[in-house]
Design a protein around this ligand. Sequence first.
Ligand code: ADP
Length: 277
Amino acid sequence: LLCSVRAEKDAAGRVTRVIGASVDVTELAAAQAQLRRESQRKDAFLATLAHELRNPMAPIRYAVAMLGENTPAAVREQARAIIGRQAAHMSRLLDDLLDMSRITRNAIELQRELLDLRGVIGQAVDGVRPAYAELGHRLVVSSPPQPVWVDGDSTRLQQVLGNLLDNAAKYTPPGGEVTVRLDLQGAEALLSVSDNGLGIEPRDQAQVFELFSQVRPPGHGGTGLGIGLAVVRQLVELHGGRIELHSAGAGRGSCFTVRLPLAPRQEEPAEPAPAAK
Ligand code: ADP
C-alpha cells in the first residue's frame, strides 16, 4: 500500500486537518503490466500483419511476369491459378481483420434461423475437403441420425467450424486425422473438432482464445494473425454457447468442443384441416 499524508495548519502553526491518501500499488502494478502485455501483443500483431500481407505479393509478381503476348495457354493457366490462390488467401485475411474490428466494437449481428447442425457441418466440411486432400489428412465425420436443431446463424456457424477445421489441418503434420463429431447432451448440442497434431501445452490453453495471441508450437513456422479463435469464441458466445479446449500437451493432439443450446423442441406441423365441402 502506498500512503501519503498531508497536514494543514492554521496561521499559528496548529494542525487543523490531516489528509491521507492510499493507493494499492499491487493493483496498479498489475494493471500496468496488463497494459504493457497488450501493447506488446498489438506491436507483434502489426508486424505479423505486414508480413502476412506482403507474402502473397512475390508469387503474384512472379505470375504476372509469366504472362506476355505469346504465353502458351498452359502457362497462362498456371499463372491464373497462382493469382487466384493468393487473392483468396488475402480475402480471408481481410475478412478476419474486419471481424476483429467488429468484435472490438461489439458490432457482430447474427441472422438467426432454425437450423439442423448436420447441414452446417456438411457445408463446412465440403469447403475444406480440397485443402485436406492436398495435405493428405483424413477427415472423419460422425453425427446422429436425427436432426439437431439450433437457433443460429448458418454462415457464422460455418465460419466457426471452418476455422476450427483450418486450424486442425494447419497444426497437424501431413497425413493426420481430424474428426468432427456432433452429439446431443441434455439441452445442448456438442460439436467437436479433434486432431492428432501438435497439441497445445496446458499453460498456453487459456491464452489461445485471446485476440492476437499466437502460440507457436515448436517446429511450426505457421502463418496467421492470431485472430481466428478469438472470432470463433465471440461467435459461439453470441449464440449463447461456449467453447472448450482439451489437449494433453505438445504432440498429443487437440480437441475443441463447441456447446450450443438446442432450439426448443419443434412441434410436428399440424395436419391441414379437411377442405369444406
Ligand atoms: P492463428 O492460427 O492465426 O495463429 P488462431 O487464433 O486461429 O490464430 O489460433 C491461436 C493459436 O492457437 C495458434 O497460434 C496455435 O498456436 C493454437 N492452435 C489453434 N488451433 C490449434 C490446433 N488444432 N492444434 C494446435 N494448436 C492450435
